[in-house]
Write a protein of this length. Structure first.
Length: 572
């Protein structure tokens, strides 16, 4: 219909629509997804597969593996872990059109007209749920390649806000050799992937742990001054000439003692390199500008060029009167985060992460589990978590695949004494949960003791949430409540109530008020602070009935507390 054919009212309506239209951002054709639509008629819950539980460290908390569509898993986690997740790492399908991405039970190929819209719709629903799970200082890492990088960046700008973008890491995952080298004349050979990094609130991000790469130049000629214990200085090259062992070593190798040859000798002579690092480094210095003012009465005591201590810094004054600060060579030495860690000169790693092509050569066998499709190096995920610098972090991966994130968490804990916990969500497409992810976690736990609980997603029909379905939801939500409270040891159980505990806390679930008195006696006997979930059709927590309870407690009505979360998620 032409504009001139529209009535005044129709024109006004069109103008209103235009005003609402986004002026900048990602626009896509939203494609309804079966797993999302299912939540409109069924309520997702968890069922524990008890025979797959593992307890290898009784004093420690549990990690979780959830089998099922990740949209359903994320929905459940929004009840159990909303605003509790410290870090999310995901490796979603890259949508390269070769069978890596399934939408509504069908593979999405390159010829699909709505290929990108389907992928964006798929990611949008899940990232919106994931956003709710992150703590205010939480961080999300998303692995991706060129196919959907542009779309993902705009989508994350929309969900996490552009101001919370932290970085786009470039990960060197390939090399130009073999069959790849044959295509050099036709295209630029792909040797990298990306990790997109966002915070929920970037202003709260602090105290991150830098990662370090070893430097090709083992010696920096700016470190040209030796200062002894009495603060007497001399040139490093003169120091080498006066040291008989070092001078003979240069002579033996037919090298003059100069800065270039110091670096050369350190590169191929281990004994000389170790001598510089272990014997000389703590006395070897470079100088740099010093921004603070030094009291004039202090400067009068020292000649130009003479080192002196001031405010815990080693300084000197130049002949022109400027103040310089000495930097110690030893402070630039550390163990690198390379594929093969080495002790030596290192630089802080930026957004270019080199050397992961070495990991890719053996990645299919990591975790003693052969898996060839899309497996990410464990070292990559470990270093992302190392940078985060939260040793007690709760880690979520809702594209868990073969379980790389679980292995990364357990190994990093063993290395640095951390108490991180993971939640892995994966479907069981091609039996990946049962035959790849779970066995891999079992293998890793043998060397890195940890506890694991295995769940599957299930559903309770809504049926307009009748009284019967409300009770069914409560009885089938026991696992969810235990996950939410972190209490799994069952101490009392009947068809009218259940009580679980862990450490200094207990969780009670009351299905029938007829057992109120008995339940209270059991809770008081435990002498633990308690969370008490009371079945209530009217959303009443029955506060007056629990006033005489001796232990500290918190009351919560069910199923309303569960339904309330789902109503908000699905906008019912």
């Amino acid at each position: 219909m032409k504009l001139e054919d529209l009535s005044k009212e129709q024109l006004l309506e069109e103008i209103k629509k235009l005003k609402k239209r986004k002026k900048f951002g990602l626009v896509w054709e939203n494609k309804p997804e079966k797993v999302v639509e299912k939540c409109k008629i069924d309520i997702p819950i968890l069922n524990e597969i008890t025979e797959k539980g593992i307890i290898s460290n009784p004093d420690d908390a549990y990690n979780f593996l959830i089998e099922g569509d990740n949209y359903h898993s994320l929905s459940v986690l929004n009840y159990t872990h909303q605003s509790k997740i410290d870090v999310i790492y995901i490796d979603p399908p890259y949508n390269i059109g070769n069978g890596d991405f399934i939408y509504n039970d069908n593979y999405v190929d390159k010829e699909d007209t709505f290929r990108h819209s389907k992928w964006v719709s798929f990611m949008n629903t899940r990232l919106l749920l994931a956003y709710q799970l992150l703590k205010e200082d939480g961080v999300i890492f998303i692995s991706i390649d060129d196919n959907e990088l542009a779309q993902l960046k705009l989508l994350c700008d929309q969900i996490f806000k552009e101001e919370n973008f932290i970085s786009l890491l470039n990960i060197e995952t390939g090399e130009v050799f073999g069959t790849k080298a044959a295509h050099v004349d036709k295209t630029f050979v792909k040797v990298k992937d990306y990790v997109l990094v966002y915070a929920k609130s970037k202003c709260l991000i602090k105290d991150k742990q830098p990662l370090y790469d070893s430097m090709r130049e083992l010696y920096d000629s700016h470190y040209n001054t030796i200062i002894d214990e009495s603060l007497k200085r001399k040139s490093f090259l003169l120091y080498l000439k006066e040291n008989e062992w070092a001078k003979n070593l240069f002579d033996t190798n037919s090298l003059k003692i100069n800065s270039k040859n110091v670096n050369m000798l350190m590169n191929y002579n281990d004994e000389f390199r170790d001598w510089v690092y272990k014997e000389v480094a703590e006395r070897l210095y470079a100088d740099a500008p010093y921004s603070r003012t030094v009291d004039s009465d202090v400067l009068e005591k020292y000649r130009p060029g003479e080192p002196f201590l001031y405010d815990d810094k080693l300084l000197f004054q130049t002949s022109t009167g400027s103040i310089r600060m000495f930097l110690n060579f030893k402070e630039s030495l550390r163990l690198s985060d390379d594929y093969l860690p080495v002790y030596g000169r290192c630089s802080i790693r930026g957004d270019l992460w080199k050397g992961f092509h070495f990991d890719m050569r053996n990645v299919q066998d990591e975790g003693m589990m052969d898996f060839k499709n899309g497996k990410k190096p464990t070292r990559l995920v470990k270093q992302l978590f190392k940078w985060l610098n939260k040793k007690d972090a709760i880690v979520l991966d809702f594209f868990a695949g073969s379980g790389t994130t679980g292995q990364a968490v357990m190994e990093l804990n063993s290395e640095d004494g951390g108490k991180r916990k993971f939640i892995l969500c994966t479907n069981n497409e091609n039996n990946i949960a049962e035959e790849k992810c779970y066995p891999r976690l079992v293998n890793v736990i043998k060397k890195n003791p940890a506890n694991l609980k295995y769940f599957k997603t299930d559903f309770v029909p809504k049926n307009k949430v009748s009284d019967d379905t409300r009770m069914e939801l409560v009885k089938k939500s026991t696992e969810m409540i235990c996950v939410k409270e972190g209490t799994f040891q069952e101490v009392f159980s009947s068809d009218k109530y259940k009580i679980f505990k862990d450490g200094f806390h207990s969780t009670a679930i009351l299905f029938n008020l007829d057992s109120l008195k008995e339940l209270k006696e059991k809770i008081d006997a435990l002498k633990l602070s308690s969370s008490i979930y009371v079945f209530s059709l009217s959303n009443d927590t029955y506060n007056s009935d629990f006033e005489d309870l001796e232990v500290e407690h918190e009351l919560c009505p069910i199923p309303e507390s569960i339904l309330g979360v789902y109503r908000k998620l699905f906008k019912e």
